[in-house]
Design a protein. Structure first.
Length: 347
């Protein structure tokens, strides 16, 4: 059984507590009350990280996660704990697979999220790790030369993203790469933005890291770095599928967005408290759904993870009008760009 770190008032420890779980029953774990009660829903990245943590607690420590696939069913109520039930699907020679169902109490117990995660033997336990190749990372300015995202967010970033980044700024250092505003043809024009136009479409690049992990944190929390990167991966992702992302135009906060699914592949060892470059692009937006592909690189150019997400994005009914928050629990809609779990509408 994993021993939880003692809680402290440090911002990073509070971040760790927000994904930490307590034993509830055999192969079942319960979240801690680490979500502000004035929030309308639980952050989707937090649920992904907690579900991965629950799966990791039933896996030998010498095995690390290499992939996860999750589906959001309903949004999470911040006033109620989430229970994560783990099903042991496979315990093989090299791979271990777990299924996790996240449930919350209500009028009836409700499943809000499903996750399947696969774990593998670490390279030091594999006699022949095989070949090695990757797509290279494009050059980017060093993060220390860039402003904090909450201080100078690019125009296309949704105000809801800026609010969330402001809430975690003492624990997470996040900075948008400032790209020259470049028209389809011709020299750069206008002020720098957070979007770069390439042959495959607009690209958003973000540097992020957890500021400083407490000593021994990873020893107490299984797969801590992977869970934290899973949390970080959802902070800016849906913004990369919005129309404002493609045009670079100011985002006034109208419309709404919700994550429908989330998938990650961990290719190589990573550390959440070291600088990681998050490269995000959206190859398709159709039928109100945006698909986002993303890559996570270390500062030395090593590709450590890939992310894919589909989200439902709806434009505001009235241009320039900010939609009001929808209260829990009667309406399944969500706040604009809150990345919280919601029940998809059916026709």
């Amino acid at each position: 059984m994993t021993t939880a770190l003692p809680r402290s008032g440090s911002p990073v420890q509070r971040l760790i507590d927000s994904i930490a779980l307590d034993p509830a029953a055999p192969d079942a774990f319960r979240s801690r009350p680490a979500v502000p009660l004035d929030a309308s829903a639980v952050f989707g990245g937090q649920i992904v990280a907690q579900a991965l943590s629950a799966a990791a607690r039933t896996v030998p420590r010498e095995r690390e996660p290499h992939s996860l696939h999750g589906y959001f069913l309903y949004r999470g109520d911040p006033a109620a704990p989430i229970t994560y039930r783990v099903e042991r699907l496979r315990d093989g020679h090299s791979f271990t697979v777990r299924r996790v169902v996240a449930v919350q109490p209500g009028r009836a117990e409700q499943e809000i999220f499903h996750l399947t995660a696969s774990f593998k033997s670490t390279p030091r336990t594999v006699s022949r790790p095989g070949a090695n190749h990757q797509d290279p990372m494009e050059s980017a300015p060093a993060p220390h030369r860039l402003p904090l995202a909450v201080d100078e967010p690019p125009a296309h970033v949704h105000p809801g993203v800026v609010r969330r980044l402001s809430e975690v700024r003492d624990a997470i250092d996040l900075r948008y790469v400032r790209e020259p505003s470049t028209p389809p043809s011709g020299p750069p024009s206008g002020p720098p933005s957070g979007v770069r136009t390439s042959g495959s479409g607009p690209v958003t690049r973000v540097w992020f890291r957890v500021r400083e992990l407490p000593p021994g944190a990873a020893a107490h929390e299984p797969a801590l770095h992977h869970c934290l990167v899973a949390y970080l991966s959802d902070l800016t992702l849906l913004d990369s599928g919005s129309p404002c992302h493609r045009t670079g135009s100011p985002n006034d906060g109208s419309g709404s967005a919700v994550s429908l699914d989330h998938a990650m592949w961990f290719h190589r060892p990573l550390s959440a408290d070291e600088w990681l470059l998050y490269e995000q692009r959206s190859p398709s937006f159709a039928d109100g759904r945006a698909l986002i592909h993303a890559r996570i690189y270390q500062a030395d150019g090593t590709l450590v993870a890939s992310v894919v997400q589909e989200g439902a994005i709806r434009l505001g009914r009235t241009p320039g009008a900010v939609q009001q928050a929808v209260p829990l629990p009667d309406d399944p809609e969500i706040d604009p760009f809150s990345w919280a779990v919601a029940k998809p509408e059916t026709d």
